[in-house]
Structure formats: structure tokens, C-alpha cells
Design a protein around this ligand. Structure first.
Ligand code: B12
Length: 469
């Protein structure tokens, strides 16, 4: 059979810069699981156009929530053309009944342990509706071969994942529901073999927390040190509590880590399960990571119930004062399946259940201490001010170990911000309550020519809970 594995983009009209793209590990893994008699092609829509007429028997589509609508549109089109369509990934796992309306079958959870059966059933024309094997063992080596692709990406970064599952129960995250609370590992020897076979030099570990199981992490770092690779990954700030861990990570080629700080509001930090809860200590942690020659990327979330309009300037001050190189500036997104989704829905605070808006950048619920528009604009103000050239250059002397990465990341965020600003008036008209858009018009901020600095300069966004004057 000819099998096409597709990763849809969120919106084919607005593709991300190619240099930011990393290969979709799930599709390479599924290709590796496919019995060798079948022909498999991987198609990432961010990198190439989709030809719906492309000849194939089975189409496997992977999606998260934000690109689920596009995935469903494609599934519908492929099925019209007589292809068998199987949906998998985070969103179909969370809402299998919804995904089944657009596909022949859904794989709930991981592909390991079921994909071979899916392929055999499609070939025998006996496809079942749902395939699910909870928490499969990751012991078997799945060969993904050489997965470098220098032609299409500027940074040739190869993805690897060593663990699945997360012991934490964060109310805004669905990972523990999908992959379970127990951390499962790939054998270290298999990770080493995969790295060697991949042909890459720079790697990204996609694990939610590469140091989640400290014993395993140290074993892994010791094993990959002789490979002389460079790598980046995600970790919790508890990283800095273990000097040996930091040294081993750095010696094994760690050059950058993504830390989900989420908030620098003391109230919110007290509510979350974080290993470091004091804002000052987070500042020290940032410095310590940098001292080990590791790039610090922060991820922040605005819109928790304890957040007020003051949270925006406070967060910006924190990021600038601590000379953070780059930051993902997100809004709280109530992904289906999470506690936040259940609770906001119960309280009647959801503004939309159109999954295209569930992307960490768009406000889809009524915040507690501000209007949806204020949250949307406040996030953009922080993103714009922090990543603009003057601020980026001011922080550059602190990042001379990685000047290009520092510039590339901030330029990328700046470009994304410009696009979002252009879209903001239309978005506000479509999504936010009428009064919200009117309010800003009345206060002299015509949405069409909105300047975010004005929102702060004239006090619209500043102030605890009030709408300003
Ligand atoms: C890597 C990653 C990314 C990369 C993806 C790019 C890439 N080329 O890999 C980047 C950085 C671009 C990214 C972006 C985003 N991400 Co992301 N990302 C992840 C992360 C850390 C790992 C995903 C991964 O590749 N895992 C490794 C592979 C092997 O696992 P997998 O994808 O789950 O696939 C397995 C199964 O799901 C299944 N499967 C998957 N697809 C298919 C398809 C078929 C046909 C079958 C049979 C099976 C199957 O089989 C696979 C093997 O078992 C997860 C966290 C996590 N633990 O899942 C978040 C996560 C998936 N991302 C998330 C989010 C929110 C986003 C963003 C919206 C964030 C943002 N601010 O931009 C964007 C959306 C991008 C978009 N498409 O619109 C959320 C998703 C929540 C949701 N309900 O959608 C997660 C769960 C993080 C979280 N903790 O909340 N992300």
C-alpha cells in the first residue's frame, strides 16, 4: 500500500518561517513502525503544498487542537477521493468521537502497539473505528533512519523523545491525561543508536521535562556525551537544584533549555506545583543556567484568575531585569480535556469552542480581572516590547555565547507579533464581546490604528482590576 502521513498547518494562508520548523517526530516514528512492504511518504504542510489528488491508499493525519479544524477539512477531502483516513495525535486522543465524524478510524493515544494492526486492517478492508493501547512499552527499538532534511530548514535540528508521561497534574495541561502520570523511558542504548542513525549534529529533546526522572536523565547525559552533539530541550527549574545534573547536561552538549516559568505573580506561583516558588529565586536560577553556558528560554502564561492588568508590566520588568534571552508569551488556553476547560465551561466563561483559536495566542474565555480584549492586547504589548530590536539589542551583551540564536528567536517573535497585530482588529470583532471592542473605541483606541504603547501610556491596561481612565 501507499501510505501518506500528513501534518497539517493551522492555516495554509499563514505559514511559519521555515527556519523555525523542526521535523514532526510522530510521523517519522509511525513511518518506522510501518511494515517495510509498504511505501510511506511524510508530508508536512508547513513546508510543502498538499496535492489532494496524490495517489495513496491510506492517509494518516496527526493534529493538536489548534490545527484540528484543518486536519478535519483535509480528512473530508481525502475521503471524498476514496482514501482511508486515520486520525491520531493529541486532539483526536482527547476528543475521539469528534474526530470519528471526519475519519474512518482514530488512534487514541500512542501509535506503538496499534499502528501495525491499523495498516493490516486497512489492507484487509476491515478497518475498526477506534484503536487504543494505553501506555505501551517503549522498549522496542524503532528505526527512523536518517531524518535530516537540510534543503527545507535553515536550522537542521533533529527531534528525539526519550520519555513519555508526566507526574504533575497542572490544571492547564493535558499531557498527564494522554500519556499517563508515570514516566516511561526509551532504553538509553536505543536513544544513543537513534541519535547515531539520524545523521544529525544538533538535536531537540521533545520530552516535557528532560530531567523528570533524575536518575535516567543522568544516565542519558553520560551516554550521549561521547557523541559530541549539541542539544536543546525542556526542563523544570528544579534543574538548578542539582549541580551534578547541570554539569552532566552541559558536558553532554546541552546548549539551551526551555523553562515553563508560566508566571512571576507570587499569588499564582503559590497555587502551582513548582519546585521554586519565590520570584527572586527564579531570577537566581536564570543566572545559574546561563553560567553553565546554557541558553535560557522562558515560557510565560497570562490570564490566570489571579492575574490583573499589572501582571503585564510586572512580567516584562522581570524578563528584562533578569536579561532573559527569549520568551514565549502565551495566554492561558483551556484545551479540551483539561481542568481549566471543564471549570470555565461550567462557569459559562468560554467565548468560543472553535478549535482554530485554541493556540496559546488567542483569548477564548472571559478572564477574571480584565476584559478579553485587554488580555489579548496586554499579551501582545509584552511580546512586542520584549522582542523589539531596541530591547533585544540591550540584552545582547548577556548572550554573547549565542548571539545568532538570541537575534533569530527575537526576530521570529517580532515577525509573529507584527502578523498578530495586523489581525487583531478582525479577531476582536469576531471573538470578543461587542462591548469590549466598543470600549476601546470609546477610549480613543480605534482598533484599526491601535498602538499598544498607548494602552499603557493612557492607563487603559494599567491598574488592578479596573478598566483604567
Ligand atoms: C514538539 C511539540 C511542539 C512542536 C511541534 C513541531 C514538531 N515538528 O514536532 C512545536 C514547537 C512547533 C509545537 C507547537 C505548538 N504546540 Co506543541 N508540543 C510539542 C510536544 C512538546 C511534543 C510533541 C511531540 O512531537 N511528541 C513526540 C511524538 C512522538 O509524540 P506525539 O506527537 O504525541 O505522537 C504520538 C501519539 O500522539 C500518536 N500520534 C500522533 N499523531 C498521530 C497520527 C496518526 C495517524 C497516528 C496513528 C498516531 C499519531 O502516535 C505518536 C507515537 O506514539 C508536546 C508535549 C507532549 N508531551 O506531547 C506539545 C503539545 C502537543 N503542544 C501543545 C501546544 C499547545 C502547542 C502550540 C499551540 C503552542 C504555541 N504556543 O504555539 C503550538 C501549535 C502548533 C500548531 N500546529 O498549530 C500542547 C497541545 C495541547 C492541545 N490540546 O492541542 C502540548 C500537548 C503541550 C502541552 N503540555 O500542553 N509543539
Amino acid at each position: 500500500m501507499k501510505i501518506l502521513l500528513v501534518s497539517p498547518c493551522k492555516d495554509p494562508r499563514f505559514k511559519k518561517p521555515k527556519y523555525l520548523m523542526i521535523p514532526q517526530l510522530a510521523l517519522h516514528l509511525i513511518a518506522g513502525l510501518t511494515p517495510p512492504e509498504h511505501e510511506v511518504r511524510i508530508l508536512e504542510e508547513e513546508l510543502e503544498e498538499i496535492d489532494l489528488e496524490e495517489e495513496c491508499d491510506l492517509v494518516g493525519i496527526s493534529c493538536m487542537t489548534s490545527n484540528a479544524t484543518r486536519a478535519y477539512d483535509l480528512a473530508r477531502e481525502y475521503r471524498k477521493r476514496g482514501r482511508t483516513v486515520v486520525l491520531g495525535g493529541v486532539h483526536p486522543t482527547l476528543l475521539p468521537d469528534e474526530a470519528l465524524q471526519y475519519s474512518d478510524a482514530v488512534v487514541v493515544g500512542e501509535a506503538e502497539g496499534v499502528w501495525e494492526q491499523v495498516v493490516a486492517d486497512v489492507q484487509a478492508r476491515k478497518v475498526q473505528r477506534v484503536y487504543h493501547q494505553p501506555y505501551p512499552s517503549l522498549e522496542r527499538y524503532v528505526s527512523m533512519g536518517n531524518r535530516r532534511n537540510t534543503k527545507k530548514r535553515i536550522f537542521d535540528v533533529v527531534p528525539v523523545m526519550t520519555t513519555r508521561g508526566c507526574p504533575y497534574n497542572c490544571e492547564f495541561c493535558c499531557v498527564h491525561d494522554i500519556f499517563g502520570r508515570r514516566i516511561r523511558h526509551l532504553p538509553v542504548a536505543n536513544v544513543v543508536r537513534d541519535i547515531e542513525e539520524s545523521g544529525g549534529k544538533i538535536f531537540i529533546f521533545l520530552d516535557d521535562n528532560i530531567i523528570g526522572d533524575p536518575g535516567y536523565a543522568k544516565q542519558l547525559f553520560r551516554a550521549i556525551k561521547p557523541l559530541k552533539i549539541k542539544w536543546v530541550g525542556q526542563a523544570s527549574v528544579s534543574f538548578i537544584k542539582d549541580e551534578e545534573m547541570m554539569r552532566l547536561a552541559s558536558e553532554s552538549g546541552c546548549r539551551g533549555l526551555f523553562f515553563g516559568l508560566e508566571s512571576v505573580s507570587q499569588k499564582q506561583l503559590n497555587r502551582m506545583r513548582k519546585s521554586i516558588k519565590e520570584v527572586d529565586k527564579i531570577g537566581e536560577a536564570i543566572q545559574k543556567v546561563k553560567d553553565f553556558g546554557i541558553y535560557f528560554h522562558a515560557s510565560m502564561i497570562f490570564g490566570f484568575d489571579s492575574d490583573t492588568k499589572d501582571t503585564f508590566p510586572e512580567t516584562l520588568d522581570f524578563l528584562e531585569k533578569n536579561r532573559v534571552s527569549s520568551a514565549s508569551i502565551n495566554v492561558l488556553t483551556p484545551y479540551p480535556g483539561t481542568e481549566v476547560f471543564r471549570s470555565l465551561k461550567e462557569q459559562g466563561r468560554l467565548l468560543s469552542e472553535d478549535w482554530r483559536y485554541y493556540d496559546h495566542s488567542t483569548v477564548v474565555y472571559q478572564p477574571q480581572n480584565m476584559t478579553p480584549f485587554e488580555l489579548q492586547a496586554g499579551r501582545l504589548w509584552v511580546l512586542k516590547t520584549f522582542s523589539q530590536m531596541s530591547s533585544t539589542l540591550r540584552r545582547l551583551p548577556d548572550h554573547l555565547d549565542f548571539p545568532l540564536l538570541h537575534l533569530a528567536m527575537n526576530l521570529g517573535f517580532q515577525a509573529a507579533c507584527r502578523h498578530e497585530l495586523r489581525e487583531l482588529p478582525d479577531l476582536a470583532a469576531r471573538l470578543f464581546p461587542v462591548q469590549d471592542s466598543k470600549l476601546s473605541e470609546q477610549r480613543g483606541f480605534p482598533l484599526r490604528s491601535l498602538r499598544l504603547t498607548d494602552l499603557f501610556g493612557r492607563g487603559l491596561l494599567k491598574g488592578d482590576g479596573s478598566t483604567g481612565s
